[in-house]
Design a protein around this ligand. Structure first.
Ligand code: CMC
Length: 380
């Protein structure tokens, strides 16, 4: 008889599933680093595409490398008309994350060659995915409003171009700059659920489009990336500063989770939430206040009083929605926007994993029975 000597950890909490040099989180101190560089510094000094390069290739690119990367991404932003035609058939009532997962998987129909040992193939998959995912998110949004997709505009940078394709007009420079910082903040976060999903899929040596599609599906859930959308729904349900504490009491009584709070790793305020809050304030100063902000501030205060002792503080999703609302992004697009950024991190893990791949095949602790005889259907 075999003896099970492995401790079962629900949610794999604390179980190392890989070795990685891509990013680092100190959940007690509230530190996040990409390739050793603090997120605060990247948010101030880098751009999303430079950060994506850093994550995927492991170093800050030279001027020439960055220009060539940006050039290639600009060149590949367009999507094939067949993909657009497919997207036109999506139901208007469908969730944009489902549309994105389907479209990301569809890219594999056009570009999959699975030359995973060829650095040029790796680079072209990275470029295509980073270039086309924003175009697909914007196109599916316009199509569900009954409009034609807007073609990318070559003289706009990555962040400005996405806002242009989405809102059909060139964004204010502050809006584009803030959005670029949001992309940096969401680009990578160690081995979270969607990254693990990407890694499990990539460990089978399938194509990178399937890897990204599976990660998008995982990110969609409300316990992961989907929480940013639920935060805005929650703030609207609360409705007023006076109602914050009664709402919180009710959540505590019914053991309902407060969206945008808590994290498996962070036991202090998420460093990304701190930056996002600053970005929200910058936008409010220029474009006007958001009535939900004072509700959010009061909720943060009340949750800290009641749950701070358990290490429950705002996570990345708490303030991001307030920023996105000011950028003209509708709430069910918040998670697809998160995905646009996280593609960089997923690709970094995909590339890292290919260098030392072993298929994920964990074990289980069987809790069922043995030697049960089959009961014919008439006797059940
Ligand atoms: N509201 C109220 N209580 C909470 C919350 C919350 N948001 N988060 C955790 N807790 C409590 C939970 O009830 C439990 O209490 P007790 O030990 O007394 O039973 C304790 O804290 C531990 O919670 P857990 O659910 O076991 O923690 P976890 O590490 O499994 O889950 C989490 C982490 C992020 C899923 C969870 O905090 C949560 O559901 N938060 C709300 C959803 C959310 O904001 N998700 C975005 C996560 S950050 C971005 C991302 O990953 O995409």
């Amino acid at each position: 008889m075999s003896v099970v000597c492995i401790e079962f950890k629900p949610g794999l909490e604390g179980v190392p599933a890989t070795q990685s040099s891509i990013s680092y989180v100190d959940g007690q101190q509230g530190v996040l680093e990409y390739r050793g560089i603090n997120i605060q510094e990247l948010a101030k000094k880098s751009s999303f595409l430079e950060t994506a390069y850093l994550l995927i290739w492991g170093y800050l690119p030279s001027k020439e490398e960055l220009e060539s990367f940006e050039h290639d991404i600009r060149y590949h932003r367009r999507i094939k008309y067949r993909i657009r035609d497919m997207m036109k058939c999506f139901p208007e009532t469908g969730h944009p994350m489902d549309a994105l997962q389907t479209s990301a998987a569809a890219l594999g129909l056009f570009y999959s060659r699975r030359a995973l040992d060829n650095p040029e193939y790796i680079r072209s998959a990275v470029v295509r995915l980073l270039a086309k995912i924003p175009t697909m998110v914007a196109a599916s949004e316009l199509m569900r409003r009954g409009n034609d997709a807007v073609q990318p505009k070559d003289d706009l940078d990555y962040a400005a171009n996405f806002l242009y394709m989405l809102n059909e007009r060139e964004p204010d420079p502050l809006a584009a700059q803030v959005f670029d910082v949001c992309l940096i903040l969401h680009a990578e976060h160690t081995i979270n659920a969607s990254t693990f999903s990407a890694m499990v899929t990539s460990s089978t040596l399938t194509d990178p489009y399937a890897v990204i599609a599976s990660a998008v599906g995982t990110l969609a859930g409300p316990l992961h990336g989907g929480a940013n959308e639920d935060v805005i729904t929650m703030l609207s349900e609360i409705g007023s500063v006076e109602n914050v504490r009664p709402y919180l009491e009710k959540c505590l009584e019914t053991k309902a989770k407060i969206m945008g709070f808590g994290h498996r790793v962070y036991k202090v305020k998420d460093p990304r939430a701190i930056i996002l809050q600053e970005l929200a304030e910058k936008l409010f100063e220029k474009f006007g206040y958001d009535k939900y902000y004072e509700i959010a501030l009061e909720l943060e205060k009340a949750v800290e009083e009641k749950l701070g002792h358990k290490g429950i503080y705002p996570n990345v999703d708490f303030y991001s929605g307030l920023v996105y609302r000011k950028l003209g992004i509708s709430s069910d697009l918040f998670t697809p926007v998160f995905a646009i950024a996280r593609v960089a991190g997923w690709l970094a893990h995909w590339k890292e994993q290919l260098t030392e791949n072993r298929i994920f095949r964990p074990t289980q602790i069987y809790t069922g029975e043995h030697n049960i005889s089959y009961t014919p259907i008439q006797e059940r």
